[in-house]
Structure formats: C-alpha cells, structure tokens
Design a protein around this ligand. Structure first.
Ligand SMILES: Cc1cc2nc3c(=O)[nH]c(=O)nc-3n(C[C@H](O)[C@H](O)[C@H](O)COP(=O)(O)OP(=O)(O)OC[C@H]3O[C@@H](n4cnc5c(N)ncnc54)[C@H](O)[C@@H]3O)c2cc1C
Length: 409
C-alpha cells in the first residue's frame, strides 16, 4: 500500500522507462502506481485510477514504434477494478488502435468468467475497428495473502483450494481462449514455468491453428535452461524482470521471496524443475498432476468463491443461516473437447467483502482516502483492506525475442 507521493514517484519512473528508446513494454500493478482508494467506492476508484494511468497509455500510443502497457494482477480485490480500468481506458477513441494487456489469475475460479467478459468486450471493440488485446494467463502469485485475508475476515478463500483445481482452471481458460474466432480478439500470453502446461498449450494451439496468437512468458533468471529450450521450440519468449533503482533494492525483496517460496513448496513445479531429467519420481509426480488436471476439465464456468453467505465456503461452518438463493452457472461456450456443458448450482454474488459489486458503492463517497490516513470511524459493516504485504517492483520491463539466456540455473 502506497501513499500518494510514493505512488506518483513510481508512476513517474514508469513514464521515464517507457519514454526510453530501448523500452517497448512495461507491465505494472495498479496498486503499485496509484494511492490507496476507498474499496467501497468502486466507481470513484475506477475514475481516479483511469485518470492516473491514462497518460501512460497516451505515451505508448504516441510512440513512433509500438509500445505495450500491461496491467498486472495482484489480489482478488483488484480483479474487477483492474478490468474496469483497463476497458475504460481502451474504450477511449484515442486508444482504439492501441493493443494493451491485462493479467488473469487461474487460481481464481473467477478467471474464466473474466476471460469471457474480456473476450466479449474486445470483440465489440474489434467490430468498431479497434485493436486486439492480450491477456497474460498466470496461475497467481498471492496465495498466502489470499489465505491470510480469508482467515482474518472469516471470508471464503477466493482461490481454488487445491493445486490440481488451479491447474485445471488454467487449462479451462486456455481451452476457451485458443479458438480462431477468439484469438483474433484476445491474444494469449501463457506465463509460467510448468513445462507440461507449456507443452499442452503449444500442442493445442497447433491443433487449432492459432499459434500466431499465443506467446510464452517466463521470469528472467528463474529457469534459464528451460526458458532457452522453450524459446527454441516456439520461436520467441518474453522474459520479465523487475526493474528497481539500486538504491531501492529492498522494493525487490518481496518479488525475490515469492520466487524462493515458489521453489520451496513441493506443490509447485519449480521444486522439481532442475531434476526432472534425472529423477523419475519427480517426473512421475508432475506427470500425474498434469493428467489429473486434464481429467478435471468439464466445460463449466466455475462459480466464484466469494459468496453472499460468508460462511458458506468455510468447511465446518453452519450453512443453516444462509438464505442465499441458488442460481445456475453459465455454461462455458464449448470449444470441441471434453464433455458437453451442463448446469451446476452456485450461490448469488455478494459478501461482506468490498470486492463484490452488490456491496461496494456505485455512488461517490462523502470522503476519500487520504494518506497518511486520518483516524476516522469506519463505515458501518466495513472492514479495512489488509495492507499489501508483497511490496512490489516499480515496473517490469521486457524484451521480446530475448537473446539466448545462459544455459542452466
Ligand atoms: C512472466 C510471468 C508473469 C507473471 N505475472 C504475474 C502477475 O501479474 N500476477 C500474479 O499473481 N502472478 C504472476 N506470475 C506468477 C504466477 O502466477 C505463478 O505464481 C508462477 O508462474 C508459478 O506458476 P507455474 O504455472 O509456473 O508453476 P506451477 O508449479 O504449475 O503452479 C504453481 C501455482 O499453482 C498455484 N497453487 C499452488 N499450490 C496451490 C494450492 N494449494 N491451492 C491452489 N493453488 C495452488 C499457485 O498459483 C502457484 O503459484 C507471473 C509469472 C510469470 C512467469
């Protein structure tokens, strides 16, 4: 969470970066470039963030050669806000021909519904003569933070509750997106180091004839040998690296800790990546995980975990108090593989969380967040958003068609 001064300074740094002749791509988190907003005043937050970020898109659009601005995704609470900001900016007539990008996190059951929203919105923009957009699909890097938030507030966990569910959801979104009539509206960035997922998406894209609309993205220094092998196979690779001034290296620590954490958990592919070619047990473990995730593909649009009854998704809590009506989940427009869609039950949206539309205010609040915060009584029933624990890097600069990285880790 940043104050106004720090947010402005970081945004200014990103402007400087994008103005450089050798930088053609920046990827930023909304939360790292704008001051905190009242989470209950959604519309005002969107207005303010659009006003802050639009000049960055203006800079990209005015550049003599194409420059790309991508909006990263952080916590579940940022999902709707980031999509609203992204679509509002790109709906401006002056940005009709600008291609830009946004991230979706597959560990959120909401990812496919969000992808469908972006697809429909982008198709309408394309019909007006506009450019396509790009969605970078990741699994999601903020699992511990989501767990803390759910636990502290007694809310249902926003993310999938198991790795295999996340892996299945990742493939669900890929399966939906990799269709010729969709890829022309929304190009897909497959971002991750799981080589099974890389291979799956590449083979599927080949079978469906959409390889021109797919791009692979990895993190510089994470699995260099694998990155080089993927680059050789698919032709190019986007390598991301955090950009911080040497005098502010502490800002990068949260990023580095996340990478260490990823490698440390045996749930994650990174814990096996350097031994896969020698250790048969590890290979079998990842193979089984992959097959289990494919077996889970069902053609449904998963319901959100954020439900009106805050206890409904918490194991062991009484559901007796819930009076939320059940509504059907929209079946996913199928793409040809797997079983036919069916209908399943889910609960209507709504929660004590400000991240959900029925709760947050469409009206302007009588007060706005100031920084540093002045003590003021919380609105009735309101919860403060937990401060972000991840820190952030000011920006990510990337280089397409990266030079061959050195061979191993
Ligand atoms: C180029 C690039 C850009 C990225 N940008 C972003 C970004 O903008 N926002 C962001 O959030 N992340 C981002 N990430 C990180 C990404 O979300 C993943 O954390 C990381 O790539 C690991 O996933 P994997 O598919 O490589 O590996 P895998 O090992 O296959 O998957 C690990 C992931 O599975 C999920 N997972 C693990 N255990 C569980 C569990 N018990 N329950 C539910 N899910 C579980 C988590 O999402 C975890 O990160 C980016 C990654 C890359 C490579």
């Amino acid at each position: 969470m940043l104050g106004r001064g720090e947010a402005g300074r970081r945004l200014e740094g990103t402007h400087k970066l994008l103005a450089r002749g050798d930088v053609d791509y920046v990827s930023i988190k909304v939360s790292s470039t704008v001051a905190p907003h009242n989470p209950w005043a959604f519309d005002q937050a969107v207005d303010d963030v659009v006003a802050e970020l639009a000049p960055l898109f203006t800079r990209a659009a005015a550049a003599p050669t194409a420059k790309f601005v991508n909006l990263d995704m952080e916590e579940f609470t940022d999902l709707d806000l980031t999509i609203a900001v992204f679509t509002r900016i790109l709906d401006r007539p002056e940005f009709l021909h600008l291609e830009a990008g946004i991230v979706l996190q597959a560990y959120l059951p909401d990812a496919l519904a969000a992808m469908i929203r972006l697809q429909e919105w982008s198709a309408a923009r394309r019909a007006r003569g506009g450019a396509a957009i790009k969605v970078r699909l990741v699994k999601g890097a903020n699992l511990p933070m989501e767990q803390v938030e759910a636990s502290v507030h007694g809310w249902p966990l926003a993310t999938c509750t198991s790795k295999v569910d996340t892996d299945t959801n990742y493939k669900r979104v890929i399966d939906y997106a990799l269709q010729p009539e969709r890829i022309r509206n929304v190009r897909v960035g497959v971002a991750g180091h799981n080589l099974f997922d890389v291979a799956y998406s590449w083979l599927l894209a080949g079978r469906r004839g959409v390889r021109a609309g797919i791009e692979y993205e990895m993190l510089l220094g994470t699995a260099q040998g694998q990155a080089e092998a993927v680059r050789r196979e698919v032709g190019s690779l986007l390598l991301y690296t955090p950009v911080v001034s040497p005098t502010e290296f502490d800002v990068a620590i949260a990023y580095l800790i996340r990478r260490l954490e990823e490698g440390a958990s045996s749930d994650n592919f990174m814990s096996a990546v350097f031994e896969l070619d020698q250790n048969e047990d590890l290979f079998a473990r990842e193979q089984e995980r992959f097959l289990a995730s494919v077996a889970g593909l069902d053609g449904l649009v998963p319901p959100t975990h954020k439900v009106a009854d805050r206890y409904a998704a918490v194991p062991g809590r009484s559901r007796a108090r819930s009076r939320t009506p059940r509504t059907p989940t929209r079946p996913s427009p199928r793409t040809g593989t797997g079983p036919e869609p069916s209908w399943t039950g889910c609960r209507a949206l709504g929660s004590a969380s400000p991240a959900l539309p029925p709760r947050r205010s469409a009206t302007r609040p009588s007060w706005t967040v100031s920084w540093p915060p002045r003590p003021r009584p919380a609105p009735r029933g309101a919860c403060c958003r937990a401060p972000s624990a991840h820190g952030c890097c000011t920006a990510w600069a990337t280089k397409s068609n990266c030079a061959a990285p050195s061979s191993s880790r």
